[in-house]
Design a binder for this molecule. Structure first.
Ligand SMILES: N[C@@H](CCC(=O)N[C@@H](CS)C(=O)NCC(=O)O)C(=O)O
Length: 223
Protein backbone atom coordinates (compact mmCIF):
# COMPACT_ATOMS: atom_id res chain seq x y z
CA UNK A 1 0.00 0.00 0.00
CA UNK A 2 1.49 3.31 -1.10
CA UNK A 3 1.85 5.86 1.66
CA UNK A 4 1.91 9.42 0.42
CA UNK A 5 1.02 11.81 3.23
CA UNK A 6 2.73 15.22 2.94
CA UNK A 7 3.30 14.57 -0.78
CA UNK A 8 4.85 17.37 -2.83
CA UNK A 9 2.78 16.20 -5.83
CA UNK A 10 -0.60 16.00 -4.14
CA UNK A 11 -3.71 14.75 -5.90
CA UNK A 12 -5.80 16.68 -3.38
CA UNK A 13 -5.45 18.63 -0.14
CA UNK A 14 -7.03 17.40 3.06
CA UNK A 15 -7.76 20.03 5.69
CA UNK A 16 -7.83 18.52 9.17
CA UNK A 17 -7.90 19.51 12.84
CA UNK A 18 -5.59 18.48 15.70
CA UNK A 19 -4.61 14.82 15.44
CA UNK A 20 -5.08 14.42 19.20
CA UNK A 21 -8.70 15.55 19.27
CA UNK A 22 -10.30 15.60 15.83
CA UNK A 23 -11.99 12.25 15.37
CA UNK A 24 -13.77 13.30 12.15
CA UNK A 25 -10.45 14.37 10.67
CA UNK A 26 -8.92 11.04 11.66
CA UNK A 27 -11.67 9.13 9.85
CA UNK A 28 -11.30 11.03 6.57
CA UNK A 29 -7.50 10.98 6.81
CA UNK A 30 -7.40 7.19 7.31
CA UNK A 31 -9.58 6.73 4.24
CA UNK A 32 -7.28 9.10 2.32
CA UNK A 33 -4.23 7.02 3.32
CA UNK A 34 -6.05 3.82 2.42
CA UNK A 35 -6.93 5.27 -1.01
CA UNK A 36 -3.21 5.14 -1.87
CA UNK A 37 -3.48 8.60 -3.53
CA UNK A 38 -0.84 11.23 -2.74
CA UNK A 39 -2.24 14.12 -0.75
CA UNK A 40 -1.18 17.18 1.17
CA UNK A 41 -2.32 17.72 4.69
CA UNK A 42 -3.34 21.19 5.85
CA UNK A 43 -3.50 21.43 9.63
CA UNK A 44 -5.78 23.73 11.57
CA UNK A 45 -5.62 24.10 15.32
CA UNK A 46 -9.08 23.67 16.83
CA UNK A 47 -10.38 25.57 19.87
CA UNK A 48 -8.30 28.60 19.04
CA UNK A 49 -9.24 32.23 18.45
CA UNK A 50 -8.22 31.84 14.80
CA UNK A 51 -9.90 28.47 14.14
CA UNK A 52 -13.11 29.75 12.56
CA UNK A 53 -11.29 32.15 10.24
CA UNK A 54 -8.85 29.44 9.16
CA UNK A 55 -11.58 26.91 8.42
CA UNK A 56 -13.52 29.62 6.54
CA UNK A 57 -10.66 29.82 4.00
CA UNK A 58 -11.73 26.36 2.78
CA UNK A 59 -15.40 25.90 3.62
CA UNK A 60 -18.33 27.81 5.02
CA UNK A 61 -19.51 24.65 6.83
CA UNK A 62 -17.35 25.76 9.78
CA UNK A 63 -15.99 22.23 10.24
CA UNK A 64 -13.10 20.00 9.26
CA UNK A 65 -12.29 17.68 7.52
CA UNK A 66 -12.43 19.27 4.07
CA UNK A 67 -11.06 17.83 0.84
CA UNK A 68 -9.95 20.38 -1.73
CA UNK A 69 -9.08 19.44 -5.28
CA UNK A 70 -8.56 22.51 -7.45
CA UNK A 71 -11.83 24.40 -7.25
CA UNK A 72 -13.70 21.35 -5.98
CA UNK A 73 -14.46 21.38 -2.26
CA UNK A 74 -15.91 18.34 -0.47
CA UNK A 75 -16.73 18.60 3.22
CA UNK A 76 -17.99 16.15 5.84
CA UNK A 77 -16.11 12.92 6.57
CA UNK A 78 -18.65 10.57 4.97
CA UNK A 79 -18.91 12.57 1.74
CA UNK A 80 -15.10 12.71 1.60
CA UNK A 81 -14.88 8.93 2.12
CA UNK A 82 -17.38 8.31 -0.69
CA UNK A 83 -15.52 10.69 -3.01
CA UNK A 84 -12.21 8.95 -2.29
CA UNK A 85 -13.86 5.63 -3.08
CA UNK A 86 -14.82 7.04 -6.47
CA UNK A 87 -11.36 8.49 -7.10
CA UNK A 88 -9.60 5.26 -6.20
CA UNK A 89 -11.81 2.24 -7.00
CA UNK A 90 -8.78 -0.05 -7.06
CA UNK A 91 -8.20 0.65 -3.35
CA UNK A 92 -11.49 -1.18 -2.58
CA UNK A 93 -12.48 1.22 0.16
CA UNK A 94 -15.81 -0.58 0.46
CA UNK A 95 -16.24 -4.40 0.38
CA UNK A 96 -16.72 -5.86 -3.10
CA UNK A 97 -19.86 -7.92 -2.51
CA UNK A 98 -23.02 -5.78 -2.74
CA UNK A 99 -24.69 -7.11 0.42
CA UNK A 100 -21.52 -6.75 2.50
CA UNK A 101 -20.92 -3.32 1.00
CA UNK A 102 -24.42 -2.18 2.00
CA UNK A 103 -23.86 -3.52 5.51
CA UNK A 104 -20.50 -1.75 5.80
CA UNK A 105 -22.21 1.47 4.66
CA UNK A 106 -24.83 0.99 7.40
CA UNK A 107 -22.04 0.65 9.98
CA UNK A 108 -20.30 3.83 8.81
CA UNK A 109 -23.60 5.72 8.56
CA UNK A 110 -24.67 4.71 12.07
CA UNK A 111 -21.31 5.86 13.42
CA UNK A 112 -21.63 9.11 11.49
CA UNK A 113 -25.14 9.98 12.67
CA UNK A 114 -25.38 8.20 16.02
CA UNK A 115 -23.71 7.67 19.40
CA UNK A 116 -24.34 11.16 20.86
CA UNK A 117 -23.53 10.07 24.44
CA UNK A 118 -20.20 8.60 23.46
CA UNK A 119 -19.33 11.79 21.60
CA UNK A 120 -20.28 14.09 24.45
CA UNK A 121 -19.02 12.06 27.39
CA UNK A 122 -15.96 10.35 25.91
CA UNK A 123 -14.66 12.82 23.37
CA UNK A 124 -11.49 11.75 21.59
CA UNK A 125 -8.27 12.59 23.41
CA UNK A 126 -5.43 10.40 22.23
CA UNK A 127 -3.14 11.61 25.04
CA UNK A 128 -5.55 10.74 27.84
CA UNK A 129 -4.61 7.88 30.16
CA UNK A 130 -7.06 8.44 33.01
CA UNK A 131 -9.89 5.90 33.22
CA UNK A 132 -13.39 7.34 33.19
CA UNK A 133 -14.96 7.29 36.68
CA UNK A 134 -18.62 7.01 35.76
CA UNK A 135 -20.56 6.03 32.66
CA UNK A 136 -24.13 7.24 32.11
CA UNK A 137 -26.75 4.66 31.13
CA UNK A 138 -26.89 6.21 27.67
CA UNK A 139 -23.12 5.86 27.20
CA UNK A 140 -23.21 2.24 28.43
CA UNK A 141 -25.98 1.40 25.98
CA UNK A 142 -23.99 2.89 23.11
CA UNK A 143 -20.84 1.00 24.10
CA UNK A 144 -22.85 -2.24 24.15
CA UNK A 145 -24.29 -1.40 20.74
CA UNK A 146 -20.78 -0.89 19.32
CA UNK A 147 -19.54 -4.18 20.80
CA UNK A 148 -22.52 -5.97 19.25
CA UNK A 149 -21.88 -4.37 15.86
CA UNK A 150 -18.21 -5.38 15.96
CA UNK A 151 -18.96 -8.95 17.08
CA UNK A 152 -21.67 -9.46 14.44
CA UNK A 153 -19.34 -8.37 11.63
CA UNK A 154 -16.21 -10.15 12.92
CA UNK A 155 -18.07 -13.46 13.42
CA UNK A 156 -18.84 -13.48 9.71
CA UNK A 157 -15.61 -11.98 8.32
CA UNK A 158 -13.25 -13.61 10.85
CA UNK A 159 -11.22 -10.38 10.66
CA UNK A 160 -8.71 -8.94 10.58
CA UNK A 161 -11.13 -6.01 10.12
CA UNK A 162 -14.91 -5.72 10.34
CA UNK A 163 -15.58 -6.92 6.81
CA UNK A 164 -12.22 -8.59 6.11
CA UNK A 165 -9.84 -6.02 4.63
CA UNK A 166 -9.67 -2.53 6.15
CA UNK A 167 -12.56 -0.48 4.72
CA UNK A 168 -14.32 2.83 5.35
CA UNK A 169 -16.36 1.29 8.19
CA UNK A 170 -13.10 0.51 10.06
CA UNK A 171 -11.86 4.07 9.52
CA UNK A 172 -15.12 5.31 11.05
CA UNK A 173 -14.75 3.09 14.14
CA UNK A 174 -10.99 3.67 14.60
CA UNK A 175 -11.46 6.71 16.90
CA UNK A 176 -13.87 4.62 19.00
CA UNK A 177 -11.15 2.01 19.55
CA UNK A 178 -9.01 4.78 21.03
CA UNK A 179 -11.84 6.16 23.14
CA UNK A 180 -12.11 2.72 24.76
CA UNK A 181 -8.35 2.61 25.33
CA UNK A 182 -7.95 6.20 26.51
CA UNK A 183 -10.93 6.07 28.88
CA UNK A 184 -9.95 2.65 30.30
CA UNK A 185 -12.98 0.78 28.96
CA UNK A 186 -11.83 -2.83 28.91
CA UNK A 187 -13.11 -5.48 26.52
CA UNK A 188 -13.38 -9.14 27.48
CA UNK A 189 -14.20 -10.75 24.15
CA UNK A 190 -11.01 -12.07 22.45
CA UNK A 191 -12.36 -11.30 18.97
CA UNK A 192 -13.08 -7.69 19.94
CA UNK A 193 -9.69 -7.35 21.66
CA UNK A 194 -7.95 -8.65 18.55
CA UNK A 195 -9.91 -6.23 16.35
CA UNK A 196 -8.84 -3.32 18.54
CA UNK A 197 -5.23 -4.46 18.24
CA UNK A 198 -5.52 -4.78 14.46
CA UNK A 199 -6.78 -1.19 14.28
CA UNK A 200 -3.88 0.01 16.46
CA UNK A 201 -1.40 -1.86 14.25
CA UNK A 202 -2.75 -0.40 11.00
CA UNK A 203 0.06 1.56 9.29
CA UNK A 204 -2.07 4.69 8.85
CA UNK A 205 -3.29 4.60 12.45
CA UNK A 206 0.31 4.25 13.68
CA UNK A 207 1.44 7.22 11.59
CA UNK A 208 -1.48 9.33 12.87
CA UNK A 209 -0.71 8.36 16.49
CA UNK A 210 2.98 9.23 16.16
CA UNK A 211 2.09 12.68 14.88
CA UNK A 212 -0.61 13.14 17.52
CA UNK A 213 1.91 12.39 20.27
CA UNK A 214 4.17 15.14 18.90
CA UNK A 215 1.43 17.77 18.94
CA UNK A 216 1.75 20.32 21.68
CA UNK A 217 -1.44 20.87 23.64
CA UNK A 218 -2.22 24.52 24.13
CA UNK A 219 -2.93 25.34 27.79
CA UNK A 220 -6.30 26.97 28.44
CA UNK A 221 -5.48 30.32 29.98
CA UNK A 222 -7.66 32.62 32.08
CA UNK A 223 -6.97 36.20 33.13
N1 LIG B 1 -20.35 15.73 10.41
C1 LIG B 1 -19.03 16.32 10.28
C2 LIG B 1 -18.52 16.68 11.66
C3 LIG B 1 -17.24 17.49 11.58
C4 LIG B 1 -16.84 18.09 12.92
O1 LIG B 1 -17.65 18.16 13.88
N2 LIG B 1 -15.60 18.56 12.99
C5 LIG B 1 -15.10 19.24 14.17
C6 LIG B 1 -13.72 18.71 14.55
S1 LIG B 1 -13.70 16.98 14.89
C7 LIG B 1 -14.89 20.71 13.84
O2 LIG B 1 -14.47 21.05 12.76
N3 LIG B 1 -15.19 21.61 14.78
C8 LIG B 1 -15.01 23.02 14.54
C9 LIG B 1 -14.33 23.72 15.66
O3 LIG B 1 -13.86 23.03 16.58
O4 LIG B 1 -14.25 24.95 15.60
C10 LIG B 1 -18.11 15.30 9.59
O5 LIG B 1 -18.45 14.11 9.56
O6 LIG B 1 -17.08 15.70 9.00
Amino acid sequence: MAFHVHSDKPFFDLVIGDKTYSSWSMRAWLVAVQSGLPFKEINIKLDDAKTAAQIAKYTDSGKVPVLKQGKRVIWDSLAIAEYLNELSPEAKLWPEEAGTRALARSYAAEMHSGFPNLRTNLSMDLKRSQPVKHLTDGTRAEINRIIKLWKDALKVSEGPFLFGDFCIADAFFAPVVFRFINYGIKMKDPMVKQYMKNIQDHHGVQFWMEEAMQEKSKPIEFN
